[in-house]
Design a protein. Structure first.
Length: 534
């Protein structure tokens, strides 16, 4: 049973502090229900910000209700067939976690980014389910095709009217973001089929969904890929059987060479794109539209420029974009809303808010440290960044996952567009910095440390990733040689049972107390149990 540990007077001091939501002392943890990271009541951010947050929280429910209202019978069948779909019912609560501690302009910027992700996810879920043969054939079934996860959809710009869905993203990758326990069920199903349990839990989760036959069935072709790593290709057989209906659908391996800094391999990448275009032309019965493709690439370039502006702001003494939404939005933008005008409009809206914050010199939080976060972030603890900031004043000014696919595409000719696209595919999610060679994996970390004026590094030790694990000792040695403080945080991406969220926090607590010799900003967040939370 939850009980108040600290009085309102002790927490806020004066009526003015209470009305503004300005806490002289941070005590967020005293609101948590025991055994969870759920608040016993909504986070009080002052009258203005609490009202703003509540209105937008209610708006999320309206957006989600709209998904059901489009076809209640079809959606009821979908919830009955697909266990993973239930995870999305927790979206409003998870959004609260992603916005933990936000105030003022930061709240407004993060809310805009999160609402864009939610709105597009709801739209994508509907596009998949309305075309799903398992729920009944429709006119959209043949015009909605399947892309593999980590294969950005840029090539589909050239086929207007065709919907391309990164199917594992919605059925597997996003699941632990919303409900951590559900991912474990599918991981167990994959292991029960004889797949080694020590491999990366992302392909294990994808395989588990395939084993349970829970991928929607739409389109007549599937583009698979070799990115980002060898472990991700271990699930290809199970995925092939599930998504191609045991070979009934045409499958094209959209492979990308690894050494993208080599001109020869870049040419190979361009040939792979030509092969993929030819495959889609044959399957869709239409020619590739170069003008539409150019338009999509130009929108994507503007999205990247908006990201560069955020990086510039993060290099200032007042880094404005904090919390979970920064890295979540970048992955989502890269994989799901690339080349979409609505997403670009949202980028510009967010940047306008952040630029105003920087111009006014407003620092919404006490920032003690500027951290560079390296390696793949933990899906089952998406709001770990929020905890770092609230508990220890550690602001993540640069994250490895935020850097991928950020080179602009030259749209002057057909050939330059494909060269730019090949480089973008070769530096997509997790590919460049976990499999892209020593210089990118290792040297880029120290460059970003200097570029973003960091004073510490948080290195995720993803225990099931063999690629980065092979050179983890080099990272530690490199940090010692340069006199850089590096905190190693263990995590297991999709599986919270091997390394819990509490274990991750403990790694930081021990480092900050014993190495940095510091006291927490919010002592109520240092040690709490959230094993029962989603």
């Amino acid at each position: 049973m939850w009980k108040r540990k600290i009085s309102i007077r002790e927490q806020y001091g004066t009526l003015g502090h209470f009305l503004r939501g300005d806490e002289p002392c941070h005590y967020l943890g005293q609101r948590l229900i025991e055994g969870t990271n759920f608040y016993a009541r909504r986070e009080w951010r002052g009258v203005r910000d609490t009202t703003y947050a509540f209105v937008h929280w209610a708006k999320l429910w309206v957006t989600m209700a709209g998904l059901i209202a489009r076809n209640p019978v079809r959606m009821a069948k979908a919830f009955w067939k697909y266990r993973w779909l239930a995870a999305y019912l927790g979206t409003p609560m998870m959004v609260d976690r992603w916005l933990d501690g936000d105030r003022g302009m930061t709240l407004r910027a993060d809310t805009a980014a999160v609402e864009c992700m939610v709105a597009d996810t709801v739209s994508a879920l509907w596009k998949m389910l309305r075309a799903d043969r398992n729920l009944g054939e429709t006119k959209w079934t043949d015009t909605t095709i399947t892309f593999d996860y980590t294969l950005p959809k840029h090539i589909i710009y050239g086929f207007p009217g065709i919907e391309a869905m990164n199917i594992p993203q919605y059925c597997a990758f996003m699941m632990p973001l919303l409900r951590k326990q559900l991912g474990c069920y599918y991981i167990d199903q994959a292991i029960s089929c004889g797949i080694p349990g020590e491999m990366c839990t992302l392909p294990l989760l994808e395989t588990g969904v395939a084993v349970e036959d829970e991928y929607p069935d739409f389109g007549d072709c599937w583009l698979t890929t070799n990115t980002p790593c060898d472990a991700n290709m271990m699930d290809n057989n199970a995925m092939w059987r599930a998504i191609s209906n045991d070979g009934e659908k045409a499958v094209h391996p959209f492979t990308m060479p690894l050494m993208y800094d080599d001109p020869t391999t870049r040419e190979l990448g361009v040939h792979e794109i030509y092969d993929a275009i030819e495959f889609l032309e044959q399957q869709l019965g239409r020619k590739f539209d170069w003008d539409a493709f150019k338009e999509g690439c130009e929108i994507w370039n503007e999205q990247n420029k908006a990201k560069f502006e955020k990086w510039d702001m993060n290099r200032t003494s007042i880094p404005p974009h904090t919390g979970a939404s920064a890295w979540l939005y970048r992955i989502f933008e890269h994989q799901a809303v690339c080349g979409e005008q609505e997403a670009l409009d949202n980028d510009r809206k967010v940047n306008k808010i952040l630029e105003e914050q920087v111009a006014k010199g407003i620092c919404p939080k006490e920032i003690r440290h500027r951290a560079i976060i390296w390696n793949t972030p933990c899906n089952n603890y998406a709001n770990f960044n929020n905890w770092l900031l609230e508990c220890w004043g550690i602001d993540s000014v640069c994250e490895m996952i935020d850097l991928h696919g950020s080179e602009l595409i030259d749209t002057s000719t057909h050939e330059t567009m494909l060269y730019g696209l090949a480089k973008m595919y070769q530096t997509s999610t997790m590919r460049a910095h976990t499999k892209g060679g020593y210089e990118v994996m290792y040297d880029d970390l120290w460059r970003k440390y200097e570029e973003f004026h960091g004073d510490m590094i948080i290195m995720f030790d993803q225990i099931s990733c063999k690629g980065v694990g092979a050179i983890s000792g080099l990272f530690e040695e490199g940090a010692r040689q340069r006199g850089i403080k590096m905190c190693i945080v263990r995590q297991d991406l999709m599986d919270p049972t091997s390394i819990s969220r509490k274990d991750m926090r403990r790694d930081v607590n021990v480092f900050m107390q014993n190495v940095m010799g510091e006291e927490p900003l919010d002592p109520t967040l240092v040690d709490f149990d959230d094993d029962l939370s989603w």
